[in-house]
Design a binder for this molecule. Structure first.
Ligand code: PEP
Ligand code: MN
Length: 363
């Protein structure tokens, strides 16, 4: 921290500030300029008391940080990008991962159909919400535990690792047996006790940027996870709220570039929630790759017109497969590669329709 003193500060004032700095556990270094004196406080800001309160001293003009407020997730702390292992998928290297699936888990048939199609098109992870944080309490809230069971069945059948949203600390434990990546949604980015509970599982966390969060607040939310000893974090830019009405949110491409530059974590983009419409998802996806994204999250539904949530922004399976072809030249230009999706279960070679019949007869 740098403490800038007001012009005309006396020797006693300067020594007074230096004493305060020492009491906070830092070593003060006084630098006397022509017009002003500054006190540089040297020490470990992760363990020492903050010096920001010194701004309230009458002789202090300003207190300026010289280090980033986020430490563990910064590129300053680690120049290499953290490798995040989500089931068989590694984020943070040359591989470009596409997470695809519907907004909400609705039934087994829907999930098996979309998982097969997403995998055939090149997606490497499957998404689908069992718990849905909806703006209106009258909207579909997700199938809950039944949704988790469906996700588990689809994971066994397809081998695709599962990314699904956690909205409550109480759900962390039942979910950890099934999920490969915990998604913390935009509405919960600042739910610090949820972040703590999720981090302590040790499982990877997909941390979406809050719809009104600054880039620094997003990185500090990631710092909460890392401070719990879990650095398996994937940042996800999903659009922020602006004055623009042509899109549901505004995809902040700058945030992707800044996150790649300032943080040591993999970064993905979710153009579906940013756009809120299907016709620009292709362009936004390509822009995100060009800005340095390590992956995409795309909402895909077998019948978007029948979806329980976010149908208007969900691609159908053909549109998704076209998107996967369209991103190819950009991925190649950016030196990225689409890895092979994981294989299905070796325990069963039951065709999808037999599995559906079996599940239905059990119901
Ligand atoms: C979602 O992924 O379906 C979702 C609710 O996302 P967000 O938190 O970005 O709104
Ligand atoms: Mn959604």
């Amino acid at each position: 921290m740098i403490i800038v003193l007001k012009s005309g500060a006396s020797e006693a004032d300067i020594q007074g500030v230096a004493d305060e700095v020492r009491q906070c556990g830092y070593e003060p270094h006084i630098i006397t300029g022509v017009a002003r004196t500054v006190v540089a406080a040297v020490g470990d800001e992760t363990t020492q008391k903050t010096l920001e309160t010194l701004a309230s001293l009458p002789v202090v003009e300003n207190v300026l940080p010289i280090q980033k407020r986020y430490k563990l997730v910064s590129r300053e702390a680690q120049t290499e990008t953290t490798r995040v292992q989500a089931g068989p998928c590694c984020f943070g290297n040359r591989d470009f991962h596409v997470i695809a699936g519907p907004c909400s888990v609705e039934n087994l048939e829907q999930m098996l159909t979309v998982a097969d199609a997403a995998k055939a098109a090149g997606a490497t992870l499957l998404r689908g919400g069992a718990y849905k944080p909806r703006t209106s309490p009258y909207d579909f809230q997700g199938l809950g535990e039944e949704g988790l069971e469906i996700l588990q069945t689809v994971k066994q059948r397809t081998g695709l690792p599962i990314v699904t949203e956690v909205v409550s600390e109480a759900d962390v434990d039942p979910m950890r047996k099934i999920v490969d990546v915990f998604q913390v949604g935009a509405r919960n980015m600042m739910n610090y006790s949820l972040l703590g509970a999720v981090a302590r599982t040790g499982l990877p966390v997909l941390l979406k940027r809050g719809l009104a969060a600054t880039i620094e607040e997003w990185f500090l939310a990631a710092e909460y996870l890392a401070k719990q000893g879990n650095s398996q974090i994937i940042l996800c830019e999903r659009g922020i709220r602006t004055f623009e009405r042509a899109t549901r949110n505004t995809l902040d491409i700058s945030a992707i570039a800044i996150a790649k530059q300032e943080c040591n974590l993999p970064v993905i983009a979710d153009p579906s929630h940013a756009a809120g419409r299907i016709d620009i998802i292709n362009g936004l996806s390509r822009a995100a790759i060009a800005a340095g994204a390590d992956g995409l999250m795309i909402e895909v539904h077998p019948h978007p017109e029948k979806a329980s949530s976010d149908g208007s922004q969900s691609l159908n399976q053909d549109q998704f497969s076209r998107l996967m072809q369209d991103i190819h030249p950009i991925l190649t230009a950016c030196g990225r590669r689409l890895p092979e999706p994981a294989g299905g279960s070796t325990e069963t070679d039951t065709p999808t329709h037999n599995l559906l019949n079996r599940k239905e007869s059990q119901a």
